[in-house]
Design a protein around this ligand. Structure first.
Ligand SMILES: [Ca+2]
Ligand SMILES: [Ca+2]
Length: 668
């Protein structure tokens, strides 16, 4: 007998765990080794000085192959053509309520040095794109400039040839594009040191801004956590920061667990219902922080510390935006970099409304993941695990949970986005003194959620495992009532199921027994089970048994395949209780978006007709090890039945193995 199945794929947790543990080192190494700001062809950095310890650089990239034009060359009050996206395109791409929302809100922009022509350039940007002019009675669309201490004077020295004026032009114009009704507070730090920029952030918050954008960064440092505490920890304020323009690697302050880390995409028009499509911009920063703690709302498993990013928006200079800067540029120019996406996201937070006091708005998108456009392709480098640098379904490093689809993902009120579904196990009838084992099953519409189980109305002697969902124990007294199981995810979304549960003192009607033969496959042969070929397996294959060394291994071929294993029993008519239980380990690398591969538990009569499907598990139910499941067979007392497990694999290139062991049909 040939037992080994060399062609079979093995999605084994041992190797996954190993990858996760080396990922941190790999991510840190990659960040450290990231080449200094490779801007690519036809692009140059607006800020000429690169970041160095304690000094940030701005994150704007200027297209050098798009000739700059004065407003006079384009025509008075005319919108520029050929310089990248303007407000209408950005509002369309992200479904923004820009014309109706944002009144009364102030978005602060923190940058270094003075931008002397800021007010005039902004007025020209707004008029050429037909945005309303500054309303001096309401402040809508108006610019206020202050120094890093929040005072109107003295302003810092003009930016000169440092390039920061272009950064400031981009920032205030992106706020205008996203939120034309917002007031804009430009806080100008004396220099781009961490301390000066951080002081400017604190002044912005002191002046009442609930939205603060930071389009700058530097590489991580061991002092970042204390810098974060001093300058970037502002509950009730949406603080955003650019993820960086040097590809895979983490930038500060984007790495702060209190800041919304904003990644970058390539944005192009498309003939789909949205009219737009996005991929990861290859230049965006992302990855696993070397020093910052993981915020509670992040549940990705490939990074033990803060993962960047949270959300994203357009940043690719090749799909960049039009900016007007007459101070150190030639008027209209096309720019990119994550300096585009940070102020844009800050303006969308402003459209969404004032953040709730005491909350960290960077957690909001995690509670509303379905209100973002998921970006699923492209990458910003090489890394492991791949999601830290690769666009994937659901959360990924470069784009976070995705790009804005309206403002819902930027509002407080956790739980609005996810749906938790609890499978109702049906009415339960048990007897005093008989051990109970009932697994509650639940699924979440969002991936990567940790579920917490609780129950009310359980008979005395029983309890539910808060992380396992297994109701176990031994009932101590007769009772009858209803049980409600509630399952909650990390965003606060919850679902519940209510079912009746009776405990009787009536003893068994037949001799207590276990009816299945070879229940744990330890005879080393399949009999008296029947199965499709190559289901009997041994731990020497590298697959796990629940006990002993033998098990049933269904599927795991990474191609469409069906395996079955079945056994017939007769449940004596004199019995009052009959329960099927078994252990199941679901090992999978399928996408977590659909129940692609399934394990079905059915009862058939002796003629082969399905009498009942007791339950179905799928790749979505993988718990990282064996879990016990049980189903009542009370309605089949007195019958000869076949219990049949069917494992069905539907995807090519992804494999799911269903490991089954230690089956039992107990009667009494
Ligand atoms: Ca994604
Ligand atoms: Ca076994």
């Amino acid at each position: 007998m040939t037992l080994r199945k060399p062609s079979r794929h093995r999605t084994l947790r041992a190797s996954i765990t190993l990858l996760a543990s080396i990922a941190l080192a790999a991510a840190s190494a990659a960040a450290a080794a990231a080449s200094p700001a490779a801007a690519g062809s036809d692009v140059r950095h607006a800020c000429t000085a690169p970041a160095r310890p304690g000094v940030a650089t701005c994150l704007t990239l200027i297209r050098t192959n798009v000739p700059q034009r004065t407003q006079a060359q384009i025509g008075p009050d005319a919108a520029p053509v050929g310089f990248g996206y303007g407000p209408a395109s950005l509002q369309s791409a992200y479904s923004l309520p820009s014309s109706t929302a944002g009144a009364g809100q102030t978005v602060a922009i923190v940058d270094a040095f003075d931008y002397p022509t800021a007010a005039a350039d902004l007025a020209n940007y707004r008029s050429s794109w037909s945005l309303p002019a500054c309303n001096t009675s309401t402040g809508a669309g108006c610019l206020t400039k202050v120094n890093q201490n929040g005072a109107a004077s003295p302003l810092p020295a003009p930016s000169g040839a440092t390039g920061w004026a272009t950064e400031e032009a981009l920032d205030i114009e992106m706020v205008s594009a996203g939120c034309p009704n917002c007031k804009i507070l430009l806080v100008e730090a004396n220099t781009p040191t961490t301390t000066d920029l951080g002081t400017a952030v604190n002044s912005a918050v002191s002046l009442g801004a609930k939205f603060v954008s930071n389009s700058y960064g530097s590489s991580e440092s061991s002092s970042d956590p204390s810098t974060d505490t001093s300058f970037y920890n502002h509950p009730g304020v949406a603080v955003t920061a650019s993820a960086g323009d040097s590809g895979f690697g983490v930038s500060f302050p984007a790495a702060s667990p209190h800041v919304t880390a904003v990644g970058g995409t390539s944005l192009t028009t498309a003939s789909n219902s949205r009219g737009w499509t996005e991929t990861v911009w290859s230049g965006t920063g992302s990855g696993c922080s070397a020093v910052e703690a993981k915020p509670s709302f992040q549940t990705d498993t490939g990074c033990a510390r803060r993962t960047n990013n949270d959300v994203s928006a357009v940043a690719d200079p090749n799909t960049g935006v039009a900016v007007y800067d007459t101070y150190d540029q030639g008027g209209w120019l096309q720019v990119g970099g994550t300096s585009v996406s940070s102020p844009l996201i800050a303006s969308i937070f402003a459209l969404a409304g004032t953040p709730a006091a005491g909350t960290y708005p960077n957690s909001y998108p995690y509670a509303h993941t379905s209100s973002l456009f998921d970006v699923t392709s492209g990458s910003d480098g090489s890394c492991s695990p791949a999601y830290l640098c690769t666009g994937e379904v659901g959360y990924d490093g470069p784009t976070g949970w995705g790009t804005p689809n309206g403002t819902a993902a930027f509002t407080s009120g956790g739980g609005g986005g996810n749906t938790v579904t609890v499978t109702n196990p049906g009415s339960q009838s048990w007897t005093v003194g008989t051990a109970v084992s009932l697994q509650i099953h639940a699924t979440d519409s969002a991936s990567g959620q940790t579920l917490t189980y609780s129950a009310t109305g359980l008979p005395s002697g029983l309890a539910i495992g808060s992380s396992s969902g297994l109701i176990s124990g031994t009932p101590t007294t007769a009772s009858s009532g209803s049980v409600t199981v509630t399952v909650r995810d990390t965003t606060g979304a919850s679902g519940s199921a209510t079912f009746s549960w009776s405990v009787s003192t009536v003893g068994g009607g037949c001799t207590a027994a276990q009816l299945l033969g070879n229940p744990g496959f330890e005879t080393g042969s399949i009999s008296p089970w029947t199965s499709t070929p190559a289901v009997l397996a041994n731990t020497s294959f590298g697959v796990p048994a629940h006990s002993g060394s033998w098990l049933a291994w269904l599927d795991g071929y990474a191609s469409p395949h069906t395996d079955t294993v079945a056994q017939s029993v007769t449940i004596p008519a004199t019995c009052k209780n009959a329960t099927l239980s078994f252990w199941l380990d679901i090992s999978t690398n399928d996408p977590t978006t659909a129940a692609s591969d399934t394990f079905k538990i059915q009862v058939l009569n002796s003629g082969g007709t399905v009498l009942s499907t007791l339950g179905t598990f799928s790749n979505l139910n993988s718990t990282g090890g064996y879990a016990q499941h049980s189903f009542p067979l009370t309605s089949f007392i007195g019958q000869t039945i076949t219990v049949k497990y069917t494992g069905t694999e539907t995807l090519s290139g992804f494999d799911t193995s269903f490991f089954n062991d230690d089956n039992a049909i107990t009667v009494s």
